[in-house]
Write a protein that binds this ligand. Structure first.
Ligand SMILES: C[S@@+](CC[C@H](N)C(=O)[O-])C[C@H]1O[C@@H](n2cnc3c(N)ncnc32)[C@H](O)[C@@H]1O
Length: 213
C-alpha cells in the first residue's frame, strides 16, 4: 500500500539526501540474493533513521532485526564519537552478508553483530541504551518494548518500524491475523503508556517514535 502518491514520493526522494553508494550496492545485492528483499528499510526511511540518529547522537544503539544491514548502517552514521550499535538477527545465514557491508561502510568497529533470538539475547546485554530500533518479528514488538524500556536511559528513544502494517491496523481486530493484532496491541500499549511520549510518523510503513520521560 502506498501512503504517499507515487509522484509526491518521487519528489520527496529527489529532495532528500541521496543514499550512500554502499547502500545502493547493498540494496542491489539484497534484491539479487535475499528472501523478502522488501524488508530492507530503503532510501527515505534509511535517510530518516540516519537523520534522527544524527540528531540524537547516541552512544549505544540497539537494533532488533539486522537483515542485510541497511538500517544498521543508516543508524550507525549518526553515532556519537566512539559510539556503538549492537544489532541482533536470528538468521545466521545473513551474518556475513551484513558484515561485508559494515566493512565496506567503514563501520565494522562501531557495529557489533549478535546472532540468535532477540528475546534471549536482549537480557544478556548489560548496557544503558540511548536508542533502540525495533524491526524484527511483529508478534514480539510488545515484548521487546517491555524488555528494552528499563534499559533505556531517561530521554532515550525507541523507534519501531512497520506500525501501520500496510494499513491493516485499520481492519476489524477480530478478523486480523496474528501479526496485525500484535501491531494494533503494540500501538495501543505505547499510546496508553504514561512513561513515554510518542508520535507515529506515516513514513513508508509507519514509524513509532517513542521518548522515555
Ligand atoms: C524487517 S527485517 C529487518 C530489516 C532491517 N532492519 C533493514 O532495514 O534492513 C526483520 C529481521 O528480523 C529478524 N528476526 C525475526 N525474528 C527474530 C527474532 N526473534 N530475533 C532476532 N531477529 C529476528 C529476521 O531474520 C529479519 O532479518
Amino acid at each position: 500500500m502506498e501512503f504517499i502518491e507515487p509522484k509526491i514520493d518521487e519528489y520527496v526522494l529527489a529532495h532528500s539526501e541521496d543514499e550512500p553508494l554502499v547502500l545502493k550496492e547493498l540494496t542491489r545485492e539484497t534484491w539479487l540474493k535475499a528472501i523478502n528483499p522488501r524488508m530492507l528499510a530503503g532510501h527515505l526511511q534509511g535517510r530518516t533513521l540516519s537523520m534522527l540518529c544524527r540528531m540524537i547522537q547516541p552512544k549505544v544503539v540497539l537494533e532488533i532485526g539486522t537483515f542485510t544491514g541497511y538500517s544498521a548502517i543508516c543508524l550507525a552514521e549518526g553515532l556519537a564519537e566512539n559510539g556503538k550499535l549492537i544489532t541482533i538477527d536470528i538468521n545466521e545465514e545473513l551474518e556475513n552478508f551484513a558484515k561485508k557491508y559494515f566493512v565496506k561502510a567503514g563501520l565494522e568497529n562501531a557495529i557489533e553483530q549478535r546472532i540468535g533470538d532477540a528475546t534471549k539475547i536482549i537480557p544478556e546485554i548489560n548496557e544503558e541504551l540511548d536508542l533502540v530500533f525495533i524491526d524484527a518479528d511483529k508478534a514480539n514488538y510488545a515484548n521487546y518494548y517491555d524488555m528494552v524500556l528499563p534499559m533505556l536511559k531517561t530521554g532515550g528513544y525507541i523507534i519501531a518500524d512497520n506500525v501501520l502494517w500496510s494499513g491493516k491496523i485499520l481492519e476489524d481486530y477480530e478478523k486480523c491475523d496474528v501479526d496485525t493484532k500484535a501491531l494494533i496491541d503494540f500501538n495501543k500499549k505505547v499510546q496508553e503508556d504514561d512513561s513515554v511520549q510518542n508520535v507515529l510518523f506515516p513514513i513508508r510503513d509507519g514509524i513509532q517514535l517513542i521518548r522515555k520521560k
